[in-house]
Design a protein around this ligand. Structure first.
Ligand SMILES: *[C@@H]1O[C@H](CO)[C@@H](O)[C@H](O)[C@H]1NC(C)=O
Ligand SMILES: *[C@@H]1O[C@H](CO)[C@@H](O)[C@H](O)[C@H]1NC(C)=O
Ligand SMILES: *[C@@H]1O[C@H](CO)[C@@H](O)[C@H](O)[C@H]1NC(C)=O
Ligand SMILES: *[C@@H]1O[C@H](CO)[C@@H](O)[C@H](O)[C@H]1NC(C)=O
Length: 459
């Protein structure tokens, strides 16, 4: 094919224009990518991120509601027992009117006494505590798990634990046995035992979804230090300070010559009585320089612990009814726990308002220990820590303190960051794991009144 001269000329003339046009279009196309597509991409990214943050905010909000409800549930248990205790302690609730058994005999208190009127055991005697173990027969599994305290919380499928769970435990600082209590002290403990009926119902009706469960439910009376606890517990076997030969041990649920071992002392006048020592036997004073940490340490007592000197008891002094302690670590087995208390103040003509009750001294304290390990496990499920994760911190429980020193309660890296796993304050956590320093804190939620804050972190 031959191209005519005319066409060739035309081509020569138009070519620069065509090239210009092509370059121009290319330039515009590139501009388009930069100006439009890039910004579109960024907008889209921003949009997605925004949505993602909203999604995280929603997730943490749901989590906050879930935990709040869980805390409310356990608080209700503690509150019910607190209010009932207050009722039972007040003068209007007369023993004679309350007790249903005909003879009103206060002595037939356990299975060892014919036709017991109620079931209560001393924390420093083995007889009633160990009795139900005989039902195990030769079943080794049953024998081995007999003393595991929390099994009583799920007694529905276990006859032996069911029997054990029928008892409540008491302890009196000055002596061991029931016979040494005064009539009014016996009446107090019997009245307290009314709590068992209601509290056990709440305990066995907990749901499998619950992440906050009680681990101990108990109360202490100010006047004489009487300790009352739902379920069977024995202090002789539990506390190494006294589970030894010096105190008549070792204490186990095994019969020795047909009898259970007995605590060496029946009252405080028979020995030094842990006077001027703290709960762990550490001297805190003497007759001239008395213990200042807690005045009850200056008195003789049958058992090293004085419940009126425990931190949860002392802290409930300047509080309204219900208060939450800071989480603590329980060693062996390692668990993270927390104590909820209810301050009982008896009706008093000087108390005109709730504000006045705040400053009054406690007549008793009802406490529920809770196990936070299920929450810990919940936060560990959150495994892809490179993208984002949640963790739970507790805030400063003191209302008049401006210092904010949060404790990490549950964190997915909890056992990576520290060994053995324990609670850290936020600062330690960040310093220990340098790669976590750049974490961006988003969506902090103040959880009043439970004093919990949940934070979602994004790298
Ligand atoms: C308590 O009772 C026992 C008898 O079991 C007795 O030996 C002891 O002295 C009593 N203690 C007091 C303080 O009365
Ligand atoms: C009591 O304790 C103080 C201070 O710890 C000490 O100086 C004093 O000697 C002690 N008194 C007696 C009688 O042991
Ligand atoms: C709270 O304030 C009272 C009165 O000012 C003070 O005595 C108390 O120590 C404070 N508590 C804490 C934990 O700071
Ligand atoms: C710090 O955190 C990262 C995950 O963000 C983890 O892989 C690493 O093991 C941690 N370092 C230490 C010392 O725990």
């Amino acid at each position: 094919m031959k191209i005519s001269e005319e066409k060739k000329r035309l081509f020569k003339v138009l070519l620069p224009y065509v090239i210009e046009l092509m370059l121009g279009s290319l330039f515009i196309a590139i501009m388009m990518i930069y100006y439009y597509q890039f910004s579109l991409k960024n907008q889209l990214k921003g949009f997605l991120l925004q949505r993602y943050y909203e999604y995280l905010a929603f997730i943490s909000f749901s989590e906050k509601i879930f935990l709040t409800l869980q805390y409310q549930k356990i608080t209700m248990l503690n509150q019910k027992m607190g209010i009932l205790t207050k009722q039972m302690m007040s003068d209007t609730q007369n023993f004679e009117d309350l007790v249903a058994w005909d003879d009103k005999v206060r002595e037939r208190y356990s299975i060892g006494y014919n036709k017991p009127n109620f079931l209560i055991q001393s924390s420093l005697e083995l007889q009633d505590f160990c009795k139900s173990r005989l039902l195990c027969g030769n079943d080794q599994v049953c024998l081995n798990k007999y003393t595991v305290f929390p099994l009583q919380f799920n007694y529905m499928n276990d006859q032996v634990q069911y029997e054990k769970a029928q008892y409540s435990t008491y302890q009196y600082p000055l002596s061991v046995g029931w016979q040494n209590l005064t009539t009014s002290q016996k009446e107090y403990v019997i009245k307290m035992d009314l709590n068992r009926i209601f509290i056990q119902t709440l305990v066995i009706n907990s749901s499998p979804e619950d992440v906050i469960l009680p681990s101990l439910i108990y109360s202490v009376k100010e006047q004489d230090g009487i300790f009352y606890q739902i379920f069977s517990m024995n202090f002789l076997t539990l506390f190494p300070q006294i589970n030894n030969q010096d105190y008549g041990g070792p204490f186990k649920c095994d019969l020795v010559n047909g009898k259970y071992q007995q605590y060496k002392y029946t009252n405080v006048n028979q020995f030094s009585g842990f006077q001027y020592q703290d709960a762990f036997g550490v001297p805190c004073g003497n007759a001239t320089n008395q213990c200042t940490e807690c005045s009850y340490y200056n008195q003789k007592r049958i058992f090293p612990f004085e419940w009126r000197c425990r931190p949860w008891y002392l802290n409930s002094k300047d509080q309204f009814f219900v208060s939450f302690g800071q989480p603590y670590i329980n060693l062996n087995p390692t668990t993270v726990g927390q104590t909820i208390t209810f301050k009982v103040v008896l009706p008093n003509e000087n108390i005109k308002s709730i504000q006045e009750e705040y400053s009054y001294k406690q007549d008793a304290v009802v406490a529920t220990d809770i196990d936070l390990n299920p929450i810990l496990d919940r936060y560990k499920q959150n495994e892809n820590v490179n993208i984002e994760y949640s963790y739970l911190i507790s805030t400063n429980p003191s209302s008049n303190s401006t210092q904010y020193s949060p404790l990490v309660i549950a964190h997915p890296l909890m056992n990576l960051v520290s060994k053995p796993y324990m609670m850290l304050n936020l600062l330690t956590l960040k310093i220990e794991n340098k790669s976590s320093i750049n974490l961006l804190i988003r969506h902090p939620f103040q959880m009043t009144p439970q004093q919990f804050t949940q934070i979602v972190l994004i790298k």
